[in-house]
Design a protein around this ligand. Structure first.
Ligand code: MTE
Ligand code: MO
Length: 446
């Protein structure tokens, strides 16, 4: 179906049954060149962020036309403070980072990917008076001894608790989904839903300790200030969580700063939870609530098929019942070639540098290898230590291509349990999670 027809179809379905159409919307095809089609009025509010200004007469726009600033042009759309991202969807906004823009030691804010499940809160509410932004911690019965509910501002966090800075990598569970066959619904991420910037904030454990945790406190959950695409305030966009052991890790932060700057609006300003090494969906943006749970958190996208994979391997295309799925926890071993950029030319016989990043969820990387002969043989790369736990590791090596022709450089990491990245898609699963197959770049030797 052509893009425009498909979009109109989706919006009709949406008007009839927003819940049923939700997945469709989430997965719809957008022609990133023309951006033609129609939007619901509620989406215009989100579009304001994209055109980098308020749309005063948004409520007067007939039938939710796409702003002319975006419709029918060949210009890729831009978000203030972001650059070089590849947009996969505009409602909600989802954008990934090309591998060569992940070459910095720590991901600059402008290159950090964006993965939204709903409509972010109005930008003005997140950037003004950052210190007065408040959030609540709400405890299930019997999970705390001192307090059952507290309200804190970012200002309170800064005053009461010690501040820490860690480089923490967060990767979307669906990174690599584009390679699934049969295809999996959702944003078709290639390799760019990963970032490792330096986060600054307080330790979640220091804040939770003040509530007096009991043995009954086994899980936490979060809720952000973003709203459901339908505009229905009763519906959550996403509310995920982590077991208490992960929540109490020293590196799990309530962060208000990235790389010494305020968090970018699309990345969850002014406050977000950051739990590195796990699917980034557990790192709640625009943080408004933390729940202390006496059971596994059961918020939106914790149950069913979301962020879950079959407990046992299945054949591609299999329908897997909910009860046979398990929650994704620590992410698998993975790496990227960040230099050179794919498609470049190099002189045959002349050594040149190849470098990149590697990471392995809660684990570390112990070996990095590259191949120039489609995996027939491998050479070891130089690997650096992580600056702290849950940060990615830098690697580099020198490669020489024997004679002129087409080559691929393949990169393969090994984690501290001895597990290597697979060459091809590891295990097909219904929603397209956890693709950690080797990254490849193309090089022409002249
Ligand atoms: N409140 C809120 N938090 C959220 C999300 C969201 O839509 N709303 N998306 C999650 C998902 S699925 C991912 S992959 C990461 C993306 O973080 P980023 O947009 O800063 O890259 O945020 C997570 N936290
Ligand atoms: Mo995600």
């Amino acid at each position: 179906m052509d893009t425009e027809k498909r979009e109109i179809g989706i919006h009709q379905a949406y008007a009839e049954d927003p819940q049923k159409a939700d997945l469709e919307l989430f997965d719809r095809e957008v022609d990133p060149k023309t951006r033609r089609g129609f939007l619901k009025k509620s989406a215009l509010i989100a579009m304001a962020a994209v055109v980098s200004s308020n749309i005063p007469f948004a409520d007067k726009m007939p039938g939710g036309l796409i702003p002319a600033a975006l419709a029918g042009t060949n210009e890729p759309f831009k978000i203030k403070g972001k650059s070089g991202l590849v947009y996969l969807n505009d409602r909600p906004i989802n954008a990934e980072t090309p591998p060569h823009l992940l070459d910095d030691d720590f991901t600059p804010n402008k290159y950090a990917f964006i993965r939204n499940n709903g409509q972010p809160p109005a930008e003005s509410t997140t950037v003004e008076n950052t210190d007065s932004w408040t959030f609540e911690i709400i405890a299930d019965k019997g999970t705390t001894t001192k307090k059952t509910k507290i309200k804190l501002s970012i200002g309170d966090l800064k005053k009461k608790y010690k501040t820490y800075t860690y480089a923490l990598q967060i990767e979307c569970g669906g990174n690599g989904r584009a390679e699934f066959n049969p295809p999996a619904k959702g944003n078709q991420w290639s390799t760019g839903a990963i970032a490792c910037p330096k986060w600054t904030g307080v330790r979640l454990k220091d804040v939770l300790k003040d509530m007096g945790l009991t043995q009954k406190a086994v899980y936490i959950g979060y809720k952000g200030a973003d709203t459901h695409l339908s505009g229905d305030p009763k519906k959550d966009t996403i509310s995920r969580g982590i077991p208490m052991s992960k929540a109490l890790e020293p590196e799990t932060l309530l962060a208000w700063e990235v790389n010494g700057e305020a968090i970018h609006y699309q990345n969850g300003a002014p406050l977000r939870l950051v739990a590195g090494g796990w699917p980034a969906s557990v790192s709640g943006k625009w943080l408004k609530e933390i729940f202390i749970r006496d059971t596994q958190h059961d918020g939106k996208k914790m149950l069913g098929q979301s962020y879950r994979v079959p407990a046992n391997p299945v054949a591609p295309g299999t329908k897997v019942p909910n009860e046979d799925m398990r929650i994704i926890e620590s992410m698998p071993v993975k790496s990227l070639v960040t230099f050179p950029k794919t498609g470049v030319e190099r002189e045959a016989g002349k050594p040149f540098e190849v470098r990149g990043k590697a990471w392995a969820g809660d684990l570390s990387i112990i070996e990095m290898e590259v191949s120039i002969d489609f995996g027939a043989s491998w050479q070891k790369a130089k690997l650096e230590l992580a600056v702290n736990k849950l940060a990615w590791q830098k690697w580099s090596t020198t490669v020489s291509l024997p004679i002129h022709g087409y080559y691929e450089v393949w990169a393969r990491a090994t984690d501290s349990n001895g597990k290597k990245q697979p060459m091809v898609l590891p295990g097909w699963n219904p929603r397209g999670y956890l693709n950690n197959s080797c990254h490849r770049i193309a090089i022409q030797a002249t």
